[in-house]
Every structure is written in C-alpha cells, then in structure tokens.
Design a protein around this ligand. Sequence first.
Ligand code: AP5
Length: 216
Amino acid sequence: MKAIFLGPPGAGKGTQAKMLAADQSVPHISTGDMLREAVAKKTPTGLKAKSYMDAGELVPNDVIIAVVLERLQADDCKRGYLLDGFPRSIEQAKALDGKNQSPDVVVYFDVDEETVVERLSKRRTCKRCGAIYHLTYMPPKQEGKCDKCGGELFHRSDDQPEAIRERLRVYRKETAELVDYYRGAGVLTEIPASGDVEEIHQGVVKALGLGGESDS
Ligand code: AP5
C-alpha cells in the first residue's frame, strides 16, 4: 500500500510513522529526515537545502522531487511505503501522479495550531537514531539522552518560535490545499490528532485498514 501522512508541522506525523513502520515493517520515507541527513553530511542536496530549512521555507522542487522519486524506485518500496512530509504542494502531488505513484490512502492529521506550537517548542530529537521526544509528554528517562540508543538529543533549528510561525504560514499557503486535492481523488481519511499518541496510533491503524490489533 502506498500511503501518505499529511498535516501541519508538529501534528505527530513522524511519531506515528515511526510506530507504524516498526509494527508493520513498511519503509518510512520522511523527506525532513532525508534532508536533515543530507545537511549533516554536507552533500550537494544538503548544502542547497539548509538555508530554506532553517528559515522554515520549503526546499525548492527541483531539489526535492528528484530525490523522492529516486527513493521510491528502491526495492524496499516495491510492496508499498509510507511517505511523511511529501508531497507538500500540488506540484509535488502531480509529480507523484505523473510517475504512477499516486497514493492508495492519505491520512490527514487534523490538529489545531495552538497544539502544534506547544508540541514543536518542546520537541527533542535523537542525533543518532532520529527518535522523537517531547519534554512534557514523552520525556527521555535521562535528560539529553536517547532512551533507545544513548545518542544526544537536540532541539531542531527550525523549532524556534520564528521558524515555527513561518512553517505554519507556508503550510497554510502551499500544503493545506492538498486536503481537498486528495479528498477529490477519493483517498483522504481524516483523523483527529490532538489526543494521546496511542489513541492516534489506533486511529491510523484503522484508517489504513490494518486491523484493530497492534503490539505497541
Ligand atoms: P519535516 O521534518 O517534514 O517537518 P514538518 O512537516 O514540519 O513536520 P515535523 O517533523 O515538524 O512534525 P511531525 O508532524 O512529524 O511531528 P512529530 O511527530 O515530530 O520538514 C522539515 C523541513 O524540511 C521543512 O520545513 C522544509 O524546509 C523541508 N522539507 C521537508 N519535506 C519537504 C518537501 N516535500 N518539500 C519541500 N521542503 C521540504 O511531533 C512533534 C512533537 O510533538 C514531538 O515532540 C512529539 O514528541 C510530540 N507529539 C507527537 N504526537 C503527540 C501527541 N499525540 N501528544 C503529545 N505530543 C505529541
């Protein structure tokens, strides 16, 4: 199954995608994670993307679309995948459609802006394995250290108040219209995303038709 997680920054897409990928052994393709890795390694893509990401702007389509389409050709995507953070505009959605990669299902995480600002301002991410924490709702056992791998936790540079505001503005302007685009295509499922993580996970499992049981 080809699935897309859609929603504003901080809606919990990454948290839920990682849970699902672990449960269902489906490749989790996060464009944000791919770009952050490219920035850390100072690859040509990373060097082009960095200033846009720090400012909360979208990375230009000529940088991101080719990277994603190439990733979807990999063997592990043959039986399906979970796309998180792509598409973010109608143009990106059409790029998928044009390569016979239209989604079977799009899960839209419906959450208000106040909640996402609160979530993003206290997010911490593991530098080594990418695990996601929240200082209040999902705190690490030991301050500054990842429970899973002992890696160092960091505060994303785009989780500062000004960049968060810009990301929300960009979301409203460029990305929100994808909700209607995919509703029109008959593949959109909306889930309320302001509850707790496990409740939302059950909603996602149901939305994807994966049955009621999960072992998390
Ligand atoms: P990206 O990394 O994709 O950022 P995003 O879409 O803004 O999404 P986030 O990662 O901020 O949020 P999330 O929904 O995954 O929430 P999370 O699970 O972490 O993109 C970053 C940048 O890369 C973009 O700004 C852009 O520059 C560039 N980029 C990426 N894709 C691109 C594209 N296609 N085109 C162009 N540019 C692109 O959760 C957030 C916090 O909330 C965490 O602390 C978590 O612990 C907590 N939390 C999660 N769920 C709950 C819950 N139920 N209750 C309480 N807390 C919760």
